[in-house]
Design a protein around this ligand. Sequence first.
Ligand code: SAM
Length: 325
Amino acid sequence: MTDPFGRTISYLRVSVTDRCDLRCFYCMSEDMTFLPKADLLTLEELDRLCSAFVAKGVRKLRLTGGEPLVRRNVMSLVRSLSRHLPTGALRELTMTTNGTQLARFASELRDCGVRRINVSLDTLDEAKFRAITRWGELDKVLAGIEAARAAGLAVKINAVALKNLNEDEIPALIAWAHGKGMAVTLIEVMPMGEIGAGRLDQYVPLSLVRARLAKQFTLTDLDESTGGPARYVRVAETGGTLGFITPMTHNFCESCNRVRITCTGTLHTCLGQEDATDLRKPLRASEDNELLAAAIDRAIGTKPKGHDFIIDRPSVSRHMSVTGG
Ligand code: SAM
């Protein structure tokens, strides 16, 4: 799949549910309304949809959410999608999770061919963790991370940089993760969805965070890429890798290889634009994938050049939990 700007699409992110067991204040409001369960694609339909993308050249598949591990029976989807790994059709099957359910599922993920996962964790301070997630328990996430490491999964920690909240803690978070052999990626807050609060109170540009880190650590730019939007540096003092995802201060659209589908089968070819294509209809209209493949081609043919977020304006009405991170 190649879009009008010559970018090859090889990475699919799938939000398997918009529901989450946490309520991170920058992601959703406390009384978030979730989609009616009846609107969701079944796990079999999600498998068919993902497999159609694999047949069209997707090589990396990330399951996300909401919280992917709260979708009932989600491991049956992971297991069925893993059939594409030994054939080489799929190079990587991975997941982004908040880690709360990992103690239960880590071994099975590894058993299904998952080798690396991203765990979202913005703080190591229990009280701050509760304040950010509204009711989450840090211990559960830390136990989940340990379970994942014990199961042999490589864990990358994703942390959203939050003004006046975890800014001062970022060096400690990096030292902690790198001390355990885990890479870290920092993310800028994006103006996605109405959350009942101003984004300017949350946003801190990563250019500033990086400048501060550079006073304490020796950062060396790396060429390496994991197929995602992050730019990486090596931290000499810890020996670990640090990524920066900077949708606000530096957009990375020129190398975008990604599209996203929601749990209702809507395809979004850009995280930061309102473009949407319904794939549920063609999926359900016939048992073969001809209509579906045509709808996918049409959507890829209109993938926007890039996003243009403005921090104090909700640029996109969808919450991150709908499209998946
Ligand atoms: N529940 C899973 C998790 O926590 O990783 C997967 C979905 S969550 C929406 C994916 C990532 O998006 C998390 O790292 C979360 O912190 C991040 N996120 C949510 N809303 C965001 C926003 N408005 N700007 C930047 N990142 C956001």
